[in-house]
Design a protein around this ligand. Sequence first.
Ligand SMILES: N[C@@H](CCC(=O)N[C@@H](CS)C(=O)NCC(=O)O)C(=O)O
Length: 215
Amino acid sequence: MFKLYYYPNNASLAPHFLLHHVRADYELLLVDKKSNSQKSADYLKLNPAGRIPTLVVNQQPIFESPAICIHICELHPDSGLMPAIGSPKRPLFLQWLAFLNNTLQAELMVRYYPHRHTNDERAIPNIVAAQDERIAEALSIINAQLEHNKYLIGDELTACDYFLFMLAEWSLPIEKSPLSFEYLAAYLKRLCTNPTIKAVCELEGIDLAPFEGSQ
Ligand SMILES: N[C@@H](CCC(=O)N[C@@H](CS)C(=O)NCC(=O)O)C(=O)O
């Protein structure tokens, strides 16, 4: 039994996709971000960083969404969501998951929490504008990868695709939206027909219409 501490359309979305995809027996526990519950004493015992998500597996809490995703994949080796050790695709999987989390997600975090990166309120619009450019740079690298690949790692869907879908959703409001990139937009439109993406987005109240209408 897995317990996923989540908030709709937060970094818990990728782990939620994976739990649904592997048909895990899981429970969703809402962390009420509106009342800052991620900083409550009880939650900090599970996740000292005070961030969403946390996954509890057999009483063991784990934080950091990519670590959670890898762990779910490792517990479900037959799911095909992560190439096996020894497969030439394995290092590519790790590379892209790290790129998504450590580059694209990191840039998005600065973009959406700009006040954490300056003491000067007047600098905030500049931080947002600079981040929009950095996010567009990362999206263009992903777009190039998708020119010749059905999914991020090749012909098979992996956890990286679920992670990318989550970040693409967050990137919709940026100046150069993911939907303005030819191959990325076509890929996202295809992913919208994925039954897990449809079901989880409906449950979390995420509107797929912008992706479905692209191209
Ligand atoms: N690196 C972490 C980042 C998690 C994160 O920053 N989550 C956001 C929601 S998307 C959050 O908890 N924000 C509330 C806060 O920072 O107080 C991960 O990927 O799990």
